[in-house]
Design a protein around this ligand. Sequence first.
Ligand SMILES: C[S@@+](CC[C@H](N)C(=O)[O-])C[C@H]1O[C@@H](n2cnc3c(N)ncnc32)[C@H](O)[C@@H]1O
Length: 310
Amino acid sequence: MQINSQRSSEKLASSEHHVSVLLQEVLDGLQITKNSVVVDATVGGAGHLKEFSKLLSKKGTLIGIDADPEALTRAEEALSDAKPTVVLIPGNFRDIRDHLESRDIPQITHALFDLGWSGFQLTVGRGFSFLTEEPLLMTYGIPEEETLTAKDLINSLDEDKIADIIFAYGEERFARRIAKSIVETRSEKDIETTSELAAIVKRSVPAWYRHRKTHPATKTFQALRIAVNDELEALRDGLKGAIHLLAPGGRVAVITFHSIEDRIVKRFFEGLQREGVGVPLTKKPIPPTEEEVKENPRARSAKLRVFVKS
Ligand SMILES: C[S@@+](CC[C@H](N)C(=O)[O-])C[C@H]1O[C@@H](n2cnc3c(N)ncnc32)[C@H](O)[C@@H]1O
């Protein structure tokens, strides 16, 4: 799970920025051909995007979406001499259908969703990291344009609601204790930074939990990030939009980093199969090889599922 590998991947990310996960497996699963119309719905470090571009001819189209405009700047650089037509779209992938249809792209042949944060975002003070002192934002887009941040959530929601979020989206067994400590602390002063929140979590959990390999705040951070970005609904909307846009025979690949997301993708693809829309190509999700995990600890929790439309 992403939550198990965040600490080691944070270290890696700060020195290497972002290493694309399950790259060969995605290429094998998608089967892009030279005239394909491919959407990378999560550009990030532009690693997958660049590889897609190498497979496309002048007649192909490559569309990149990311909520973070810095990802699109990286894509522009990475694709400066790309052969296919390139369309870069700042925005949320949950609106994929509107983004493409408003640009006269009614149909696509392939899409990739590689969920979560990129290594670049861990090092720029967005509040994803509990190892450094950062403002508690946890948003993917431009901070000034975001309407909701993690700071808003933990300083305004009632204790039960905070506990529910940490339990449901982080599967954190000590959610109630952590929520109680958050509410006690904020009655003195607003909680502003990642390290303040990490310290609150640390002192609310038992000693044995504090001293495990995984940082005790990992699940709490994951949960708040999911809540702030409405990630599970965004994923459902994004998948629905991509399937609608997909041509017959087209493929969608999704890389998830925790079991809640993987379950959503699995059930979504199974539902489409029941409706006769297509078939999941992966009955079981594809994990990374041991070698990949050794080179890139963040890959440890990754799972790939691929769906083909009939
Ligand atoms: C794991 S990274 C993608 C890495 C990329 N595949 C690569 O090879 O470099 C995920 C990216 O998705 C973006 N993202 C996450 N949720 C999003 C959403 N709902 N809409 C648009 N972008 C999103 C993040 O900003 C981040 O840049």
